[in-house]
Write a protein that binds this ligand. Structure first.
Ligand code: AMP
Length: 475
């Protein structure tokens, strides 16, 4: 069972352009991979805020009519990956709150490590919560920063109390404020649209819209953009060492995005190159596990001199299998999503490349499929180190006891998945490919080094009711 409240998300915000809501919609569409459970956009025309949120894919949630009901020249948007199939629509974002003299919308990517404690304190002093998301905690903290005279100072005061990962896009009637936590765990990018500015989790959102990428929002930066185009950057948050999530490079971000000036595809290809150097194999072919293993498989094939073949065909109309709640459904999901192209495998020794092994379900299923398709030998290669730790900073990984590499040696994982050999990229190899120093990254899922700390309590209590399961009494 998943015992965490965690989310993978995309955030976006536009200010100063009559197409604000439309741009948010398109940007969310481009960033759908960051969260498929629900989506929302809130817009403002300077007098009121208008919201549309629902469960489902961006294309299901919005249509021409719903976007037309989001007027104004500013908007913020969010896609969300809720935990384990629960229909927790209460947690859909952006959240909106009305303060004394303004309204405030907020969209959050990341996870706050101390949200449950902050929430318990707020509840003791009378705060009422409508959902379980940690973002609502931030909203309350901002509302209570009454001694601060500007919204930026209120935001800074509120965030002074929180620990964890946050890339936030917030909006008032006349301002957009983009904030990145002091370690810069999650990405957040600034761009220029026709008449205004845009911020988004990934640059692939800018490409679809035709926005120009300006720069990354810096770790610890609070960037305020007014509706008349004034920009004001401040560093009011406490300084911290950088800890950008290495998994964004390994799996999470889209390969055509630019992060830290690096094209994600190029980095993944280099991960494959390093993998081939560390774990060569006597084989006939290299086969990618699409789409997550494709760039690294290309790098592996190039480095090893082995031909790359499309041995697995992906059905693009099936959602990711990862968050399905039951093992039986997950197994089914792998079969539905990926099918072996038998001709490629017959009597061949194959190297199969994927980006990571989580529970081992996918590889085990694939190995069986490849043997049935006639493969002579199967050499599994993984373009990241063994996943041994859960993420508390915004990537939805299962609890540690479900991570196969946390509890088994590489040899045991190899036996479990049924491959002839198994090789993971080393931590050093990963940083060679990223061309970065380990000290600048968070790699807790591979190293167990939780640089922003771990939660004391992982569960967000909601009085008598566990909101993720409406109607059920709390445990
Ligand atoms: P598993 O079958 O549990 O070992 O999952 C492995 C597959 O999940 C690999 O193909 C990965 O690309 C993919 N994967 C790894 N991390 C995540 C994640 N956080 N969300 C969705 N899929 C993931």
């Amino acid at each position: 069972m998943n015992d965490k409240f965690n989310e993978e998300c995309a955030v976006i915000g536009v200010i100063g352009d009559a197409e604000a809501a439309n741009y948010c919609y398109l940007g969310l569409y481009a960033m759908q991979h960051r969260g498929q459970e629900g989506a929302g956009i809130v817009s403002t025309d300077g007098h009121g805020m208008y919201a549309h949120r629902n469960m489902g894919l961006v294309s299901d949630v919005f249509n021409t009519e719903s976007i037309a009901r989001l007027p104004g020249t500013s908007a913020v948007g969010h896609t969300r990956y809720a935990t384990f199939g629960t229909k927790d629509w209460q947690n859909l974002q952006p959240l909106v709150a009305n303060f004394a003299d303004n309204s405030f919308a907020i969209a959050h990517n990341g996870n706050l490590v101390n949200a449950p404690e902050l929430r318990a304190d707020l509840e003791k002093s009378g705060a009422i919560f409508s959902a379980t998301s940690d973002t609502e905690v931030v909203l309350h903290l901002i509302a209570r920063a009454t001694t601060e005279d500007t919204i930026v100072k209120k935001v800074a005061a509120a965030l002074g109390n929180v620990r964890g990962a946050y890339s936030l896009v917030t909006m008032t009637y006349n301002r957009l404020i983009a904030i990145r936590d002091p370690s810069g765990v999650r990405p957040l990018m600034l761009g220029k649209v026709k008449d205004g500015y845009i911020v988004a989790s990934e640059t692939c959102a800018f490409d679809l819209i035709g926005a120009d990428f300006i720069r990354e929002i810096e770790p610890g930066e609070i960037l305020e953009i007014t509706s008349d185009g004034q920009m004001n950057s401040s560093c009011l948050l406490q300084k911290a060492d950088p800890a950008f999530c290495i998994f964004e490079f390994v799996y999470f971000s889209r390969p055509d995005s630019i992060i830290q000036g690096k094209n994600v595809y190029t980095v993944r290809r280099a991960l494959g190159t390093e993998l081939a150097k560390e774990h060569p194999a006597e084989a006939d072919l290299v086969i990618p596990v699409p789409d997550s293993g494709t760039p690294s498989a290309i790098g592996y094939a190039h480095e090893s001199g082995l031909p790359l073949e499309l041995g697995l065909i992906r059905n693009h109309y099936v959602g990711r299998t990862f968050i399905e709640p039951k093992q039986t459904i997950r197994d089914f999901g792998v079969r539905v999503k990926l099918n072996a192209n038998s001709d490629v495998f017959r009597d061949k020794r194959v190297v199969v490349v994927d980006d990571s092994i989580v529970r081992g379900t996918t590889c085990r299923k694939l190995v069986k499929m490849f043997r049935a398709a006639g493969a002579k030998e199967i050499h599994f290669r993984i373009s990241s180190p063994p996943t041994t730790g859960s993420c508390y900073y915004g990537v939805d990984t299962p609890s540690r006891d479900e991570l196969i590499a946390a509890n088994h040696s590489v040899e045991e994982v190899k036996e479990y998945i049924g491959a002839d050999s198994l090789g993971y990229l080393s931590v050093d190899g990963m940083y060679r490919a990223v061309k970065g120093a380990q000290s600048n990254y968070c790699d807790a899922c591979f190293s167990g080094n939780y640089r922003l700390g771990t939660p004391v309590s992982t569960e967000m209590k909601t009085g008598n009711l566990h909101l993720n399961q409406p109607g059920k009494p709390s445990r």
